[in-house]
Write a protein that binds this ligand. Structure first.
Ligand code: MF3
Ligand code: CO
Length: 268
């Protein structure tokens, strides 16, 4: 069953996800050569607790940290470590929180200092694929339209989509139905209705899409060692179009649906 959130529930989810967005924005500014992901994790945990929220990943199936910090060929679920980041790395920072009973979940991939142009392309295309996926979050669309939009854009740019991990419904639990693959044919699966909230999270590789999990039992890395990028937003389907809950702006930057009525122009 796909839950549909009421307007007050969406406001609670907006608060939880707004917190995630503001912490990620702070972490993005801290990323630099010499900084470790364990240091980022400490900052994140302190900010989450100070906001009266609880880290969502810590303790989830035994996961040990507030952040997932996945460097270079790590795709997702990297465990924060004391190893300093170095110039040219990329790091995916993924964080979830619970605030007033509702979950927030979002991720960004950040370059460490200067990175090669092809790496910048990987980050840009992955981020663009998330935006294209978000545009599919419309009443009457199908769940599989989301992954189709990701796959089309990623493969058109010569990158590959990871199959082993998926996006998910989110609400009063971190992972709800449905699962949201980042590939597939359009027009399949459940029909989207207002109040549905999904965490959409394309995971994209520069080489082959296959991944494996390291001996730490969490970190998923590309089998071929190629770089991977990951961006995630929590997004609500509303009658006025997609509403990204996990972004900072006070305004709700709903992706525009059809063209709007122009504001009435006063005579004279
Ligand atoms: N954003 C990821 C997800 O929604 C992160 C989960 S990490 C875990 O699945 F530690 F909670 F498993
Ligand atoms: Co998620």
């Amino acid at each position: 069953m796909i839950t549909r959130k009421s307007a007050p529930e969406l406001e609670l989810m907006r608060a939880a996800n707004g917190l995630v967005a503001s912490v990620l924005a702070a972490l993005r500014r801290l990323v630099a050569p010499g900084v470790s992901t364990l240091e980022l994790d400490a900052v994140a945990e302190r900010q989450v607790l100070e906001a009266g929220a609880v880290p969502a990943f810590k303790g989830y199936h035994g996961y040990p940290a507030t952040l997932c910090a996945s460097v270079n060929d790590a795709v997702v679920h990297g465990i924060p470590s004391a190893t300093p980041l170095v110039e040219g790395d990329i790091v995916s920072i993924d964080m979830g929180v619970v605030l007033d009973g509702f979950y927030g979940d979002s991720a960004i991939t950040v370059p460490v200092g200067q990175v090669p142009d092809r790496t910048t392309d990987l980050l840009r295309v992955t981020r663009e694929s998330l935006d294209l996926a978000i545009e599919q979050m419309r009443v009457g669309g199908h769940v599989s339209d989301i992954g189709h939009a990701v796959q089309r854009h990623v493969e058109a740019n010569g990158f590959a989509v990871v199959r082993e991990f998926v996006g998910h419904g989110i609400g009063a639990t971190l992972h709800e139905e449905p699962q949201i693959p980042n590939y597939g044919e359009p027009g399949r699966g459940p029909v989207l209705a207002s109040g549905m909230v999904f965490a959409i999270e394309p995971m994209v590789t520069m080489g082959a899409p296959a991944v494996k999990v390291l001996d730490d039992r969490w970190t998923a890395v590309t089998r071929d060692g190629s770089l991977a990028a990951h961006f995630e937003h929590t997004v609500a389907v509303t009658d006025s179009g997609p509403r990204v809950l996990s972004q900072m702006s006070a305004r709700d930057t709903a992706v525009e649906t059809a063209s709007r009525e122009p504001a009435s122009v006063p005579h004279g």
